[in-house]
Design a protein around this ligand. Sequence first.
Ligand code: A2P
Length: 339
Amino acid sequence: MNHPPVVAVVGATGAVGVEFLRCLDERNFPMSDLRLYASSRSAGKQMTFRGRVLTVRELNEQSFKGVDLALFSAGGSISKKYGPIAVQSGTVVVDNSSAFRMNPEVPLIVPEINPDQIHRHKGLIANPNCSTIIAIVPLWPLHKINRIIRLVVSTYQAASGAGAAAMQELLDATKAALEGRDYPPTVLPHPYAFNVFSHNAAIDPQTGYNEEEMKMVKETHKIFNDPEIRVSATCVRVPVLRAHCEALNVEFMSPADSTWVRDILSHAPGVKVVDQREKNYFPMPRDASGQGDILVGRIRNDLSDPSGRSIAMFVAGDQLLKGAALNAVQIAELLVAEN
Ligand code: A2P
């Protein structure tokens, strides 16, 4: 890899792509050039980075010549097609899609948890699913001390996880509802304004779990390197623009209490405890939006477990930042540090 690297962003015009640029800028990521790619629809569009106006180009098979590092967030099919082409050109790819996450050859990294996995890469590194990252950043420091044996999670997922078009659909549908107009959904499967519905990922007819839920199960196993943890997830879309919330119910191997959890999490990297019982002030998507930390609160002993080994808590994290762009840029920082 050149020092500093030539960087490409694939999907630069998307909800995550825009945040890639913001994170690269804010974190002062070292680079000698930046190239922006999207579909033919966006070719010629101009975006500003560090005071320079850059022109978005249409992605094609030649796009990776001379590129050292590419951040992908243009959907799984683009990653599947262009990821290997980029690697062939000598580019290291950090991919935000689910295309390669469960490939045993591909490291799946959350820098606060398994940064050492960076050394295993063969050109491709996967960025985990956003709901998985938001749950496991605060769980890892607890798991390291007192092994988690079971996790039951319910998500409250924002529009941003379905991309810029879904965010716009939420805005337009809400406006239409307030004006008393009909708004047939085109991006998500159900009316989004003032509604809550099961995550739009495909459902396995045998188990009844959807793909988003199974990502949380499998990715947690891979990142924690612990396939024994029993995980059950219910993933739901709520009418929030960005930042996901999740209710976590965690069963540990040994007794655990809320004071211990609060104490560990108040020193944990990437985590901020927001747990003001007296003010009824807990993690909210509005507070999580725009910040890199995962907010954790409602930390309490689970009254339903008489063995005293279970904790309930509520988290909120910016899906576009730590759930996507920020985590990917942190992975890129590991790569630069490695070289
Ligand atoms: P475009 O804006 O030109 O459609 P989001 O996750 O917000 O929906 O964004 C998806 C990103 O992936 C956008 O930047 C989008 O570009 C890009 N994209 C979609 N299809 C392609 C394609 N065929 N080639 C390259 N980029 C694509």
